[in-house]
Design a protein around this ligand. Structure first.
Ligand SMILES: [Zn+2]
Length: 420
């Protein structure tokens, strides 16, 4: 990739050529030096383009994309009862597959190259969709065994499917299986312990929603005398491979536990605002050493899969709540790869070649690097190319891995049938 303005570790830009060999960034430097060293490499000109690491969407539910927007205006548990659960009953494998493809198209178009996904089921169609998209990520199921209204427990039907998913991805080049839990309220202590043990046995992590609303926190407090974070910590669910989504209603002592456990909190500001769940103390968590990523969460309550919209919402929410985040702190959310166990989120030698380019030629942007970066992230400048593990999945704005128009047509038809 020749002569783009490549993002440096200090978030300045430098004109460089980037060499990709197999799936890795193998070298970078001036165009002349790289041409001399690598005569047979295929060349892609990037004049006038910014070169950035692909974004990491640390939490989403891609299979539900055909239900996009249906839960707007409903608080969390009402949204579960009125939209999510009925939709989960209706959703066929083909709907989940098409939903994941449509989400994937939007991920790629907006610069996301890694995605952590959870859904109640449909592990095979979602894996198939992610495979076709060539996207990097982790997949898990939202296991549960407790009714949120009656609090009665029932048999969790999808544990074996989650085990199969984890095993099937053991040697996958881009996808990793994780175990999932819906949330601390919908899972019994027995299920939480079982999932903890399974994750340990299979050397992977647990992806779960935690302390999203005051209702969840209150329920756990009443039942156990502990906060949600304290309860999960005591059960051994929090470690460096855990994705703890939301962490909105957390105490100062919870933040200490999260930092010490090295779990990654995933901030989902749009859905928190949409559902009226509260404001996650992201600034305090970052300042106290908690690993924090960012995710778009559920398409039922968030109509965008663009992580840049999420970053802008994180920025505005933090400012309006009196705890503003700096540009560097916001970017650290979008390039936090802690749970992946390998290096993405940088354009540097030795990292996986997950790279996007943004065409700035037709944008009016002040020359300062921080302005270029703000324009790219917060104003949604068009992503031109996307490379994942060295493979060009979008070139000059065209998705290369599937027939986009055909997928959208099929998905529209399926979505119309679902909401009839
Ligand atoms: Zn979620």
């Amino acid at each position: 990739m020749e002569s783009g303005k490549v993002l440096q570790p200090d978030y300045s830009f430098k004109e460089e050529s980037v060499v990709i060999t197999d799936r890795i960034i193998s070298d970078k430097g001036s165009q002349a030096a790289m041409r001399k060293k690598y005569k047979s490499h295929k060349r892609i000109g990037l004049k006038g383009q910014l070169v950035l690491p692909g974004f990491i969407n640390a939490h989403t539910h891609a299979a539900m994309t055909l239900a996009q927007g249906l839960g707007e205006d409903l608080p969390l548990f009402d949204m579960f009862q009125k939209v999510l659960f009925p939709m989960e009953k209706k959703l066929k494998d083909q709907d989940a597959y098409l939903g994941a493809l449509v989400a994937g198209i939007e991920f790629i178009r907006s610069g996301t190259t890694s995605v952590n996904n959870v859904n109640a089921a449909w592990s095979r169609p979602v894996t198939k969709a992610f495979d076709e998209l060539g996207i990097r990520g982790t997949l898990a199921l939202t296991l549960k065994d407790r009714d949120i209204r009656t609090h009665d427990t029932f048999e969790c039907k999808h544990v074996d499917e989650n085990i199969r998913l984890v095993k099937s991805l053991e040697h996958h080049p881009l996808l990793t299986g994780m175990f999932g839990i819906a949330n601390e309220v919908e899972a019994s202590e027995g299920l939480l312990k079982h999932v903890r043990d399974l994750a340990k046995e299979h050397n992977t992590g647990v992806h779960l929603h935690v302390a999203e609303t005051l209702g969840e926190r209150g329920y756990i407090l009443q039942r156990t005398g502990k906060t949600s974070v304290g309860y999960l910590h005591e059960l051994g669910l929090l470690n460096e491979k855990t994705l703890a989504v939301h962490a909105v209603n957390v105490s100062k002592s919870d933040i200490g536990i999260l930092a010490k456990s090295r779990a990654t909190v995933v901030h989902c500001p749009t859905v928190n605002m949409s559902l009226g769940s509260g404001v996650s103390p992201v600034l305090e968590m970052l300042e106290r050493g908690v690993s924090v990523g960012i995710g778009v969460d559920d398409p039922i309550s968030n109509m965008s899969n663009d992580i840049r919209v999420e970053l802008n919402n994180a920025r505005m929410l933090a400012k309006s709540s009196g705890s503003p985040l700096s540009l560097n702190q916001l970017l650290s959310l979008a390039w936090n790869s802690r749970t992946y166990g390998y290096t993405v989120g940088h354009v540097k030698e030795g990292c996986f070649a997950d790279i996007i380019t943004v065409d700035m030629r037709n944008r009016l942007v002040p020359k300062r690097d921080d302005c270029r970066l703000r324009e790219t992230i917060f104003a949604g400048s068009p992503v031109t190319n996307s490379i994942i593990a060295g493979k060009m999945v979008m070139h000059n704005g065209n998705i290369m891995v599937l027939d986009e128009a055909r997928v959208l047509k099929r998905a529209q038809k399926a979505a119309n049938r679902l909401v009839k």
